[in-house]
Design a protein around this ligand. Sequence first.
Ligand SMILES: Cc1cc2nc3c(=O)[nH]c(=O)nc-3n(C[C@H](O)[C@H](O)[C@H](O)COP(=O)(O)OP(=O)(O)OC[C@H]3O[C@@H](n4cnc5c(N)ncnc54)[C@H](O)[C@@H]3O)c2cc1C
Length: 432
Amino acid sequence: MVGLKPARKSVKLLTMTSQTNNFDVIIIGGGVVGAASAYELSTRGAKVLVLDKGDMGYGCSYGNAGWLTPCFAMPLPMPGQFLKALGWLMDPESPLYIKPAFDPLLARWLLRFTLSMNKKLMLQSVAALTEISKFSLTAYAELAVKFPQIQFQRKGLLMATKTQAGMEAALEEMELVARHSIPGRRLNSDEVKKLEPALIGDILGGVYFPEEAHAEPLQVVKAFLQGAQAAGAQLRPGVEVQDYKIEGGSIREISTSAGNFRADQYLLATGSWSTAIGKTLKLNIPVMGGKGYALILPPLEPSPKIPLMLVEKKIAVTPRTDSLRLAGTLELVNQDFSITEKRVQAILRGAREFLAVPSTPEIRETWRGLRPCTPDGVPVIDRSQKIQNLVIATGHQMLGLQSAPGSARLAADILLNTMPSFDPFSFRAERF
Ligand SMILES: Cc1cc2nc3c(=O)[nH]c(=O)nc-3n(C[C@H](O)[C@H](O)[C@H](O)COP(=O)(O)OP(=O)(O)OC[C@H]3O[C@@H](n4cnc5c(N)ncnc54)[C@H](O)[C@@H]3O)c2cc1C
């Protein structure tokens, strides 16, 4: 794996593979986190098997906005947002929504989410998420040299706003990430329109982050897996892990839809499925699905050339080679993959306020994914306290793509028992 700090070579590997176990590490889940980990581990010499119950990369990693933007390394619970969030939660067309229903998991999650809205924790989380995202951005630039199909482009990111409140929110974000050396520039209305002439209507201003990038998310997963395979990893799509045989506080064997497998260690990278799997393992992994939608449209006339955040609508716009992706909304759900037309229409209506989206656009694809959301907005990347040979890497909320190489680096450091490349404190499992 490429990146800022070279990882130390594992000296333990030669002794790690026992006589009976065929693999050093079995990775459960072939989304971007599992795929990046497979690449990291196998290029560091580990013998890896990746299992996914579906096609690899077709979970939440398939159709996300493709942003590699450390300027957005924010945890979901932000202090001062409580009342706003409450208002949003009640409105089925808002950017953040919860369908009223009693669900004990959701109730516990929301309580913890509310408690996480404090400034000290937020600043600590931003520091951890920014660090891992900055590392990852550099890693992606290097990955793109080997795998140009990921379509890595560094065009920056423009936050466009129409209201004073939106402008203030954008400036606050700019100031927050400036502390982590992420440069942003305040722009007036004319400067915003000059930078992105496809924006229409009264734009009040915006903030431009020139160093941010974007890529094609599914191609990223494929590139990681291709790299991992070239380094000796085995990939088994269509294999569901169904049960775990635990002996002496370790996983002895896993049962899958294609038979039993053994490894010295296991990496759980199952995104929004992690809570249910955690239950099977008697572990508390509080991950709710943050359902979001992405719509693929043909290019608009005129069509944006750089990624845009339509601030008031919380809609992400990503230009693609022959189309445009609009992504947005976050609906807290527990494994509900249904598509709500009302929310799809809300994205189109919101985008239409900023861009020339036709009244009945051709929608080439409507996709939804469940962002794996922990209540404090920070992933869990840690060795389980209860199961010695299990490492967990999940809960990457809105940042899984942009932080995957860094997450993979830390997960591999833990698995291979090398010095952690990042301060692991914010990512520890025992906080839940
Ligand atoms: C609309 C939208 C826009 C987004 N935009 C961005 C963005 O611009 N930038 C960014 O960084 N992030 C973005 N995200 C978030 C990002 O997509 C996620 O954080 C990321 O994909 C999570 O990756 P993952 O590998 O943890 O999960 P997944 O990609 O969901 O992978 C988990 C895998 O585990 C497998 N699995 C589950 N259970 C089992 C089992 N029992 N056995 C075997 N396999 C199993 C699943 O099949 C799945 O493939 C966005 C998300 C959405 C919804």
